[in-house]
Structures are given as C-alpha cells and as structure tokens.
Design a binder for this molecule. Structure first.
Ligand code: PAF
Length: 284
C-alpha cells in the first residue's frame, strides 16, 4: 500500500493507473476505521473498482463551533494496518496545510440551499458546506471513477450525490448499507465517547426506528409516528434533534395521505450525554 501525503504524488500514481485502464474506486474517511468503513471497501470492489484509494483526513471545516474536532479519535497506526489487510492500493493522508493552504476562513464555500438547513444541517450550522468543500477537493485530487459513502450519513450522501450531478462530475456514486453491533447500534467512531450506562441505552435509537417502520407498515399518521418516537426517546434520556419520515430520493417531507407507497427513509439524530448519534432506516 502506498501512503501519500502530497497531492502531486497521488495524482501521478492515479494518472498512470488510469492510463493502464484501471477503474479507480475511492472511499473518503476521517479515520478511526471500523467494520463500517471496511464494508465500504468491499462494496467498491463489488462495484468493479480495480484500484482502491482511501483517504484519512479529519476535516476541520465540517465541525461547527463547540463540536469535537480536537478530541475526534486519531488512530493512524491501527487504521493503516487495517487498510493494508484489506488490500488498499493507496492511502492519502494529507495534513491540514495540504488541504487548506490558505486561511480556512478565506476558502470558497459550497452551499446546497435545499439541504443545508434541514435535518442535521439545521442543528450543525456549516457542517455540510465543510463536507462538500472537502469532498470536492478530494474528488479533484483523486479523480475517482466510483466513490462510496455510508448510509448512516444518508443526508451527506444525498448532498454529495447532488453536487456530483450538478457539477457534472463523472463519478459513479454508491451508498453502502449501515453496519450494526449485535444489539443494533450503528457503528460510528463517536460510539467510543459513550459511557457504559449510555452505551446500554444507545440501541434504543435503532429500536425507535424499527418501531416507526412497523407503524408505517400499519399506516399510522406520520405526525403521530414521529411524535411517538420523540416521546419514547425523550423518556429514555435522549435529547432529540429530530426524528423525521422523509422521501428517500430527495429528503422531502412525507405526508400520510400521499406517500405510503413511495420509497421512504426514517432519520433521527439525538444527543446522549455529550455524544451525538445519528441513524436511519430505509423502507422501499
Ligand atoms: O463521512 C465522513 O467520514 C466525512 O464526512 C467525509 C465524507 C470523509 C468528509 O470529511
């Protein structure tokens, strides 16, 4: 596995692989890799990528003020061992200066008005413009044929897919299913912030989603489904940012009369102690 910190080194390798007809698959990460990330690598291979590139970069611009940028787990040594084990061809691990050579505040910003201010965007100002900015830079550096993102960050996936479409980027986009612990908790680097007690109740988040799915199957009113879930989560000491039933293709609100036969996603974000967790469930 090649480890590169410089943009030119990455570009040279990729240029020669592309000249040899290789199909470049890309999985961007912030490190602290777990089985969820590894499943993204497998889905790139299934999608036909012949060279796999991963990046590890904890992107400062996607953390809002007061969030966990400084304490975000940085575990480069164990991450690179895991990537070697899964036959990654190149790991791009740039410094902040490489990714943001100018003052961050003077950077171009990318906004997606339709999505920036809903769901997670409403609760994490500037988060998605930071994500779009860094993913755009990474796409320009790697020039991938295929890119994969996890379903757990579904809103992020929809925004990036929209950016790829609107900016005419020739990249095939894949969304890989959520990987869960045996008790249902979605894998996330932030799970390690949970205390023992919080970890015990955290799977109730997935329980609330499964319960809401059953209620949708039973055609209960959407507003009641959302309120019941918020009540359930609040009673279990979660601070609920949102619990919302949306159309999966564009995250528009669903109204009970209209959409039971449409593709739906139920999304939620909560805080438990100091940890923010997100999760969702797709219903076709
Ligand atoms: O999902 C993540 O880990 C990050 O948001 C991403 C896509 C790597 C951008 O920093």
């Amino acid at each position: 596995m090649i480890i590169a910190e410089d943009i030119d080194v990455v570009r040279n390798h990729i240029k020669s692989w592309k000249a040899d007809g290789e199909k470049i698959g890309f999985v961007p990460t912030m490190g602290n890799l777990h089985k969820g990330h590894i499943s993204l690598i497998s889905s790139l291979k299934q999608a036909g990528a012949t060279k796999i590139i991963a990046s590890i970069f904890v992107n400062p611009t996607q953390f809002s003020i007061g969030e966990d940028y400084t304490e975000y787990p940085r575990t480069f040594d164990s991450d690179q061992k895991k990537l070697r084990k899964h036959s990654i061809d190149l790991l791009f691990s740039p410094s902040t200066e490489v990714m943001y050579p100018k003052n961050i505040l003077s950077e171009l910003t990318i906004k997606y008005p339709e999505y920036n201010n809903i769901l997670c965007g409403e609760h994490r100002p500037s988060h998605f413009s930071g994500v779009l900015c860094v993913v755009n830079k990474l796409f320009n550096i790697i020039n991938p044929d295929i890119a994969v993102f996890g379903q757990k960050d579904y809103q992020q996936f929809i925004l990036i897919k929209g950016m790829v479409r609107d900016l005419c980027m020739p990249i095939e986009m894949f969304c890989a299913p959520i990987v869960r612990e045996s008790d249902g908790l979605a894998l996330s680097s932030r799970n390690q912030y949970l205390s023992k007690q919080e970890r015990l109740i955290a799977p109730k988040l997935y329980e609330s989603l499964k319960e809401a799915k059953i209620s949708i199957d039973n055609k209960l009113k959407i507003v009641d489904i959302e309120n019941n879930a918020i009540d359930f989560l609040s009673k279990n000491n979660f601070l609920v940012d949102y619990f919302s039933v949306r159309r999966s293709k564009d995250l528009k609100k669903v109204d009970s009369n209209q959409s039971f036969n449409k593709s739906i996603i139920i999304l939620t974000a909560v805080k438990i102690g100091r940890t923010r967790l997100i999760d969702n469930i797709l219903i076709s």
